[in-house]
Design a protein around this ligand. Structure first.
Ligand code: UDX
Ligand code: ADP
Length: 487
């Protein structure tokens, strides 16, 4: 029978979603054993490291949560099969990147990792289980998971019937950098399931888990497809707000208006609200672009081209914003950055995370490298290895970026020649012709900007892609400062 109460949870995938989510479930539910498994041995070793600074995911407050629950009822392991066998409820939290090959290239989600998980569960399980899809997935993935699970082979040495599975959708709404806070105090938890008896039992079991710390009225249950589509829609709406304000930032620059003033003014309308109106060099992260492209793909599949085009424009505008920023740097530096030293403050896609997926910094750097700039990067949490990996990956998978046809593929040796990564921000900034702020890390504001100015080439330019620096102060020192949407 599908369990209606669980004491043993497994999670496949120990990444940015699986790791923090399971750590918080274990912290808040000491009576439930939670095992997080991953095929990546190094990742599991890092999650088990006694030095909490080595956790593979950087999130404020996560180290304390892990310290509290690990080895009590939270375990990290590479033994995927055993975890599947023992658990009554299995979360699938593996990566679902945008496809880089074949049908749906550049648009559809690549479900091969999810499919592999479903096949593995089908092969290993001997008892009835609840399977929860936690990764961001296109609508109707639950159906595919169910089809694979239901086709699980009859066990040769067993006389008992094949196990039954109930598939739930439980999308994750945490934002990186505030993951622990969002998990502790979510606006809502969404659980989608089937309307049959098994589906209801499974949904109740998961509601019971969250009810250990989330007020019941914030736990919403829906049909499975509504839940899947809600995740894509939430991210599409959030990203749309950013693209809307970014579109207007271009107009502000031409007309002398200030985009922050406009955002503040419209945000006080309670129907609009103040959040997610911060104009920037462009949104990044693993979800926004991927989810919108999924939505677009889905609409095209169902022959809704007008709807597809409408949402696709949100991504196109974001590409335009990144391109506009890079172009502004080149134009301002007298139409060429070749041989010039450009210092990058920040590489992560937002502050308080070491995640760089789809970070605007990667695209801006690439565009400047096309013109042979020398880029010196400082980010408080991103490793040198990651930065080179990001730039090299982009060379192979440039299909989505704006004006991709104008770009040439850069050789890895050339990239290593032109890009230097620093551990000390002042070293990165010294002797530079211009500074580009790509991530809104708080520490950037507190730097000694006079000292930075003195060590730079003149005229000293700052391109504040996050509008975080004190413009008046910097101008007083002598900088030429350009922001986003500042006339
Ligand atoms: C997002 C959703 O917020 C979250 O609910 C979902 O589960 C996953 O996707 P995340 O990508 O981690 O979370 O971060 P988010 O805070 O949404 O920021 C995304 C990007 O938008 C960042 O690059 C950020 O800098 C940018 N952004 C955000 C802006 O440019 N302006 C804003 O006003 C807000
Ligand atoms: P997300 O942001 O969705 O959490 P990540 O890439 O951070 O994505 O994490 C996904 C994790 O899933 C990776 O650590 C990857 O090794 C793991 N993974 C992918 N496929 C499998 C699988 N079949 N079994 C176990 N772990 C897997």
């Amino acid at each position: 029978m599908i369990p209606s109460k669980v004491t043993n949870i497994a999670c496949i995938g120990a990444g940015y979603v699986g790791g923090p989510t399971m750590a918080v479930i274990a912290q808040k539910c000491p009576h439930i054993k939670v095992t997080v498994v991953d095929i990546n041995e190094q990742r599991i070793a890092d999650w088990n490291d006694t030095d909490l600074d080595k956790l593979p995911v950087y999130e404020p407050g996560l180290d304390q949560v892990v310290a509290e629950a690990r080895d009590r009822n939270l375990f990290f392991s590479t033994d995927v099969e055993n975890a599947i066998r023992e658990a009554q409820m299995i979360f699938i939290s593996v990566n679902t990147p945008t496809k880089t090959y074949g049908v749906g290239k550049g648009m559809a989600a690549d479900l091969k990792y999810v499919e592999l998980c479903a096949r593995q569960i089908a092969e290993v399980a001997t008892e009835d289980k609840i399977v929860v899809e936690k990764s961001t997935l296109p609508v109707r993935t639950a159906q595919s998971i169910r089809t694979i699970l239901d086709a699980s082979p009859a066990r040769p040495l067993s006389s008992s019937p094949a196990p039954r599975f109930s598939v739930l959708s439980n999308p994750e709404f945490l934002a990186e950098g505030t993951a622990v806070k969002d998990l502790h105090n979510p606006d809502r938890v969404l659980i989608g399931g089937d309307e049959d008896e098994d589906g209801q039992r499974a949904m109740n079991a998961l509601v019971e888990v969250y009810a250990n710390w989330v007020p019941r009225e914030r736990i919403l249950t829906t049909r499975i497809w509504s839940s899947e589509l809600s995740k894509l829609t939430a991210n599409a709406f959030l990203a749309q707000r950013i693209s809307s304000i970014n579109a207007l930032s271009a107009l502000c620059e031409q007309t002398g208006a200030d985009v922050d003033e406009v955002a503040h003014a419209i945000g006080t309308d309670s129907r609009i609200g103040p959040k997610f109106l911060k104009s920037s060099v462009g949104f990044g992260g693993s979800c926004f672009q991927k989810d919108i492209l999924n939505l677009v793909y889905l609409c095209r599949h169902f022959n809704l081209p007008e709807v597809a085009d409408y949402w696709e424009q949100v991504v196109k505008l974001n590409d335009y914003q990144k391109h506009r920023f890079a172009k502004q740097i080149i134009d301002t530096l007298f139409n060429t950055v070749s041989g010039k030293k450009i210092a990058f403050l920040g590489w992560a896609f937002k502050k308080d995370t070491n995640d760089t997926r789809e970070s605007a910094a990667i695209y801006v750097a690439d565009e400047l490298l096309q013109d042979r700039a020398e880029i010196h990067v400082y980010d408080p949490k991103v490793t040198e290895e990651r930065i080179f990996a990001d730039l090299e990956y982009l060379q192979q998978h440039r299909s989505n970026s704006c004006n991709s046809s104008e770009f040439v593929q850069l050789d890895p040796a050339l990239i290593r020649n032109l890009v230097t990564v620093h551990n000390d921000p002042y070293e990165a900034l010294k002797d530079s012709h211009a500074i580009a702020v790509l991530t809104e890390w708080d520490e950037f504001r507190a730097y000694d900007w006079q000292k930075i100015y003195d060590a730079m080439r003149k005229p000293a330019f700052v391109f504040d892609g996050r509008n975080i620096l004190n413009r008046e102060e910097l101008k007083r020192i002598g900088f030429e400062i350009k922001g986003i949407g500042k006339g």
